[in-house]
Design a protein around this ligand. Structure first.
Ligand SMILES: [Zn+2]
Ligand SMILES: [Zn+2]
Length: 149
């Protein structure tokens, strides 16, 4: 009489053999590896300094009543009456002496990451590509909603 395994056309696991989870693991590693790579390409690009022009165009404020006593987000000291302040396009305000050196390092608001234009053409192109990818995702979602929503 034929054995169970002959009838069911499969091999019993040999001694020390494990059911094959390896493929699952490999797939998992591959996925996270790809995500890390994409992060490198799209997420982690180091932002260049803000363009000189953009920084020069930031409006300068002398202190008004509403800012008096508020802490500067960079140095955490309260704004004092004769401080010169700079306002970012996002309306966040800083000591000119705090935000100007910051913007020589990177192009974004220290509070909300609002980005100023840069002189770095590679980076500007990267931002355009990223924006386009986002647009495309949004459009695909809209399409999906209109088809299945
Ligand atoms: Zn400050
Ligand atoms: Zn901001």
């Amino acid at each position: 009489m034929a054995s169970y395994f002959d009838e069911h056309d499969c091999e019993p696991l040999g001694p020390g053999e494990q059911p094959n989870h390896f493929l699952h693991l490999a797939r998992l590693l591959l996925d996270s590896g790809v995500a890390a790579l994409e992060g490198q390409m799209f997420g982690e690009k180091k932002a260049p300094p803000a363009s000189k022009e953009a920084v020069e165009q930031l409006p300068t404020y002398s202190l008004s009543g509403t800012d008096l006593g508020k802490p500067c987000p960079v140095c955490l000291l309260e704004f004092a009456p004769d401080d010169m302040l700079k306002a970012m396009p996002c309306k966040h305000r800083f000591h000119a002496s705090c935000i100007l050196p910051w913007l020589q390092q990177t192009n974004s608001c220290p509070v909300c990451r609002h980005e100023l234009p840069t002189d770095d053409t590679d980076y500007e192109e990267f931002k355009r590509q990223k924006g386009r990818a986002k647009d495309r995702e949004a459009r695909i979602e809209q399409l999906h909603d209109s088809m299945f929503g």
